[in-house]
Every structure is written in structure tokens, then in C-alpha cells.
Write a protein that binds this ligand. Structure first.
Ligand code: AMP
Ligand code: GLY
Length: 427
């Protein structure tokens, strides 16, 4: 089949790379793609939130499968538009993608499905929200109820900080804003991924990611600075428990309510003293979690995603399996990221992974482009993900950092502690 991957980040380079390695895949194109995805397939210059023109392109090119990577086109209704073309599409329709795009909707569905989550209240009136902060014994977590690209959550230490965060969020959007105040939870965080098609659920794997910019979790929040899998303290039985307690009830609830979910569902969990609780859902693979998980899948990913898209449970279930071993991903970001990333810097040292690349160090491009002279340059904040693979997390970590050290990006920055707490040997 011919496959179209929608998106332009490291996640999409990893998706395109993995799909291009499948026996059932004849060609992969990426819209709009980046400098690195061009090493895997042809980039197509489309505005991916212009759902009509993407659908028109997809019909003309007769793709056998469209895989939507990021949240923005999902929230814009790209899957809805493709539905009417009958091209198999991996990614939820807009009403189902609200599990990510609306925290209030996600909360309601979790409560109705009986899924453990922090208690929360949602507000459209700033005064009522401030009153709620003042009336809460513990300082609540403050969340924007719209897609805020990782910047919509504040975990304040004091009531005054919480109030300021509430006013700041309302002020940034104005009328019609909705803010969620949530009970603060403590524990270890883990990201869990499952393929969901209607009521069918295939749990994939868990991964840990790093949201803060600096080592030891200091500095501002980012889109994600690294990830690793497997998670030694969250194994197969924990994953199956989450399938039964989180993914299946939510999938059932969504189907019952007339918004059947189709695509990858990503649950952000906090492992509290009272058991695992869901912090959030995302309607897509994580970035950079995808860069470590996808290289760990054996089998035919395209068939699994197609099975999910067309509701063929058998195909979805039997096509992929997670292999033994480990993967660690280190994100190399631009100077100035996440505030004002300095762009247009030349990248040297490691070639982007092509479909033939099955080595110990993979290089997935994010915000890059290829110049007319063939050199690569940065175009945004998260530039590269170097993924190391090995038998153990320590091996994988050593390979990932070997890759990161070989890359030359002027004043680029990366964390040096990705997977350190769970890999016993330092690189
Ligand atoms: P979210 O986008 O909802 O995953 O939130 C981003 C980050 O904020 C999470 O990864 C957590 O570290 C933190 N966070 C979110 N909700 C809570 C909560 N209820 N209690 C403690 N930390 C939270
Ligand atoms: N790495 C977290 C995310 O993609 O949302």
C-alpha cells in the first residue's frame, strides 16, 4: 500500500521510517515532513490543517492508509474529512479527539467510565475559579481547557501562584475560556499507549518521558526532551491492568456515546499510593515517546494501523509485537528553546535515518529542513531525536549519547540524564 503520514516532527520521521520498513508498504509520503523525512519518502507540501485540500490530495493519490501524527489536524477534523473519502485513516475523528483537546470532556468521560483520575472542576468565570482556589485546602493544578501545546498546565506551589495562573490563563484567551482546577497528585509518571478501534483495545507499551528542559527536572516545561522504554517498574502485567481498568472502559464509553475512538490512545498516568490515576489523555503518539517505541515494534506496523483504521480487530492484534530490548531517545534542541529558539543553524555529524537504517543509533529529524546545497538546518525548537537501541537500557543509553555527542548543532542543548535513573551503568 501507499501511505501518507501527516505531520513534521520527530514522531512523524519515526512513523515514516518504521512504516517504510514494512513488507506491505510500497511507498511513504509525508505532509509536510521535514529535512529528515525526505530520507524516507517524498515530502508533500500541504497545509495539514486545511482538511479539504489534504482530503483532495489523498483521493487523487489513492493512498491505502493515512496516518495522522499530531493533535492539531485531529482537532481540525482531518479524520472526519477523510472519512467521507473512504480512505482508511489512522487517527480519531474530532468528537473522539476531544479526549485530548478538551480536558473537561476527558474528565467527564473518565468519571462516567469509572476510571481513576484526580478530582477536578471546570470554570468559565474567573471569579468562581479564584474562589475555588481560595477554598481548596491543597493548592490545585491549573489547566487550560484548550490545546496549548504543553504550555497549558501549571503546577503551582502556593495558593497565590495558583490564583495568578488562573488569571493569566483567562487573560490569555478572554471570553469563552474554560479553565480546569484539579486535585494535585503525587507519584511516578508513566505514559501508556494502546491501539483502540471502537471497543477493541490492543495495549502496546509504556514509556517514560522528560518534560522539563534541564537535568534533574529543572527549568521550564517543554514538548519533551527525551524518553525511554521499557519501564522496569511498569511491566506487562501493569500494562494489562491498565487495558482493563482504563482503555477498555473508556473505549466502551466513547463507542456507547456515539464517538467511537480510532487510533492510538495515550494515557499519562500518575502512580499514586492509592493506585494508578490518569492525568490526561492524548489522541496520538507522544513525541519523543514514538521515537523510542516504534523502533521496538516487530511485525507489520502498517497492517496494525490499517486494522485499527478499518475496525479489523484480528489484523490490529496480530500484526505487531514489542520486541525484547530497550530504546532511549535524547532530544537535541536549539539554543533558546522553549522560549525563543534560534533557528537557521547548520546541523552536522549524523545523517537522518533512511528506511534501510537499522543500526544501534537512529537519528530522527524534527524541526529541520534541507537546504538547496544539501546541508540540513534547524527550523525550530526540537531539532533531532537520537535513539539508541540495545539489550539493556544501559546499552541503549550509551548508544543514544554516542549519537548525541556526534551531532554538531551550534549551541544546541540536550539533557544528560535521560534514562539514568533506570539504567544502572552510566555511558
Ligand atoms: P498534562 O498535560 O495534563 O499531562 O500535565 C503536564 C504535567 O503536569 C504532567 O506531566 C504532570 O507532571 C503535571 N500534572 C498534571 N496534572 C497533575 C496533577 N493532578 N497532579 C500533579 N501533577 C500534575
Ligand atoms: N511527550 C509528550 C507528548 O507528546 O505530549
Amino acid at each position: 500500500m501507499d501511505v501518507l503520514v501527516i505531520g513534521s516532527g520527530g514522531r512523524e520521521h519515526a512513523l515514516a521510517w518504521r512504516l517504510a520498513r514494512d513488507e506491505t508498504v510500497r511507498s511513504v509520503r509525508i505532509a509536510p515532513g521535514n529535512g529528515g523525512t525526505a530520507a524516507v519518502g517524498e515530502n508533500v507540501g500541504l497545509d495539514i490543517t486545511d482538511t479539504t485540500s489534504v482530503a483532495r490530495h489523498a483521493v487523487r493519490e489513492r493512498y491505502g492508509l493515512v496516518v495522522i501524527g499530531p493533535e492539531a489536524p485531529l482537532a481540525a477534523g482531518l479524520a472526519d474529512e477523510l472519512e467521507s473519502t473512504r480512505i482508511p485513516t489512522f487517527g480519531p475523528m474530532r468528537a473522539a479527539a476531544r479526549l485530548e483537546s478538551s480536558k473537561a470532556f476527558a474528565k467527564r468521560q473518565m468519571e462516567r467510565a469509572g476510571v481513576a483520575t484526580a478530582s477536578a472542576a471546570s470554570f468559565t468565570d474567573p471569579d468562581a475559579a479564584v474562589a475555588h482556589v481560595r477554598g481548596s485546602e491543597r493548592v490545585p493544578v491549573v489547566k487550560a481547557d484548550w490545546l496549548a501545546a504543553g504550555k497549558g498546565v501549571v503546577v503551582p506551589e502556593t495558593h497565590a501562584e495558583a490564583e495568578a495562573a488562573v488569571l493569566d490563563l483567562f487573560g490569555s484567551v478572554g471570553r469563552g475560556a474554560r479553565v480546569v482546577l484539579e486535585e494535585r497528585l503525587d507519584g511516578r509518571e508513566v505514559s501508556v499507549f494502546a491501539l483502540v478501534s471502537g471497543e477493541s483495545v490492543v495495549p502496546l507499551a509504556a514509556a517514560c518521558d522528560y518534560k522539563r528542559l534541564g537535568d534533574d527536572d529543572v527549568g521550564p516545561n517543554t514538548g519533551g526532551m527525551g524518553a525511554y522504554a521499557p519501564v522496569p517498574w511498569f511491566g506487562r502485567s501493569a500494562l494489562e491492568q491498565m487495558a482493563a481498568e482504563v482503555f477498555e472502559p473508556v473505549a466502551w464509553r466513547m463507542a456507547r456515546d456515539g464517538f467511537p475512538y480510532r487510533g492510538v490512545l495515550f494515557a499519562g498516568l500518575m502512580l499514586t499510593d492509592d493506585g494508578p490515576m490518569v492525568l490526561e489523555f492524548n489522541a496520538r503518539f507522544g513525541d519523543p515517546e514514538a521515537q523510542v517505541l516504534l523502533p521496538m515494534l516487530d511485525g507489520d506496523l502498517a497492517s496494525a494501523l490499517l486494522g485499527c483504521a478499518i475496525g479489523d480487530r484480528g489484523l490490529m492484534e496480530s500484526s505487531v509485537a514489542v520486541r525484547v530490548g530497550a530504546a532511549v531517545g535524547v532530544v537535541v534542541a536549539s539554543e533558546g528553546y522553549p522560549d525563543v529558539p534560534l533557528i537557521g543553524r547548520r546541523i552536522e555529524g549524523v545523517e537522518p535515518s533512511s528506511a534501510a537504517d537499522d543500526g544501534e543509533v537512529l537519528c530522527f529529524h524534527g524541526a529541520t529542513r534541507r537546504r538547496a546545497d544539501g546541508a540540513y538546518e534547524s527550523t525550530g525548537g526540537r531539532v533531532l531525536t537520537l535513539v539508541g537501541r540495545g539489550v539493556t537500557l544501559a546499552d541503549a543509553r550509551a548508544s543514544a549519547y554516542r549519537g548525541a555527542r556526534e551531532v554538531a548543532l551550534n549551541a544546541g542543548q540536550y539533557r544528560t540524564d535521560i534514562a539514568a535513573r533506570d539504567a544502572t551503568t552510566d555511558p
